[in-house]
Ligand binder design. Structure first.
Ligand code: ADP
Length: 301
């Protein structure tokens, strides 16, 4: 149903009272090594919710590769097309979290940067019969472009999460879904958003007609210039978040899963907002994502 092309990372997380200044050393808690990478997170979220999910990506030949692959495998994501590159290091995110829950993140692409259009050529079978191709910008841009093109050729819906942000909207074609958070949207339209109707016209000048903007506790806004109504406001369930890391990826994976199941964009976004909210209730990224039965049994306050 869903093909995810993109990044897999090991998340190296240390909690500390406060961030060090340049040249300073501070003490931190024990290191936590988790499975991450935006694309891998999105794949796990979609698969846990019952989608058949395959992933194309690359890892190094190191212990971190085992950790990220094991997590995908445990979530029943098809990892047969994730390549192990002998002389590469698995992608890494070095993360610090302070007492206020703020974080700083340095991402090192490692093997993700070695993904190339040729990697897609080796796995063209993955595009057969796929409904949704899920993409983000942690993979090299030429791979994202190529995967989008191949997905369209196969008749799939293309979902592009422009994160980490780059203003590369030219890779979107009519029918593709742009997915950004509010901060990324403001970078894209060059200023704060006061009027969502206005955003639709601004995005239209960038040739974007279909988009979903996530707004944290405020849920999401669906913009569909071909739809009626054009703007749908999707509320998020009210929760007391413990750790919002990876909520956006949970939302994206859930959206991909529901679009692949044939739901409309606004219905899929309503479902995804529930999944995103659920993902804030536990520490960690992939480990905080719900499966179908957990989600069905969950009634927020
Ligand atoms: P990102 O993590 O990419 O910055 P957001 O912060 O917009 O993305 O969160 C993505 C989704 O996760 C939201 O649309 C919402 O469904 C859910 N979410 C995030 N934070 C909260 C929160 N504090 N309360 C309820 N839902 C939340």
């Amino acid at each position: 149903d869903v093909l995810v092309v993109g990044s897999l990372n090991a998340d190296l997380i240390v909690r500390t009272e406060r961030f060090p200044r340049g040249g300073e050393t501070v003490h931190g808690d024990d290191l936590i090594v988790g499975a991450g990478g935006k694309s891998a997170n999105q794949a796990v979220a979609a698969s846990r919710l019952g989608s058949r999910v395959a992933m194309i990506g690359a890892v190094g030949d190191d212990a971190h590769a085992d950790i990220v692959l094991a997590s995908l495998d445990a979530a029943a994501v098809d990892i047969t097309r994730v390549e192990r590159i002998e002389d590469a290091v698995t992608g890494t995110a070095v993360i610090t979290v302070d007492a206020a829950g703020e974080n700083t993140i340095v991402v090192s692409a490692g093997a993700n940067g070695r993904l190339a259009p040729a990697s897609l050529d080796r796995h063209l079978d993955a595009f057969d019969g796929v409904r949704v191709v899920c993409l983000c910008l942690e993979a090299p841009l030429e791979v994202v472009r190529d995967a989008a093109r191949r997905g369209r050729d196969a008749g799939a819906r293309i979902l592009v999460n422009l994160s980490p942000f780059e203003a590369v909207t030219d890779l979107l074609e009519p029918g593709d879904v742009l997915l950004v958070n509010e901060h990324e949207l403001e970078l894209l339209v060059d200023g704060p958003v006061h009027d969502w109707t206005d955003v639709v016209s601004t995005l239209a000048t960038l040739s974007i007609r279909t988009a979903v903007v996530t707004r944290g506790a405020r849920g999401a806004v669906v913009l569909d210039a071909d739809g009626d109504p054009t703007v749908v406001i999707v509320p998020a369930p009210s929760v007391e978040p413990v750790d919002t890391t990876g909520a956006g990826d949970a939302f994206t994976g859930a959206l991909a899963a529901r679009l692949a199941a044939g739901e409309s964009l606004s219905d899929a976004a309503t479902y995804a907002a529930r999944v995103g909210a659920y993902a804030t209730l536990r520490v960690g990224t992939q480990s905080s994502y719900p499966d179908l039965s957990t989600l069905e049994g969950w009634a927020p306050e």
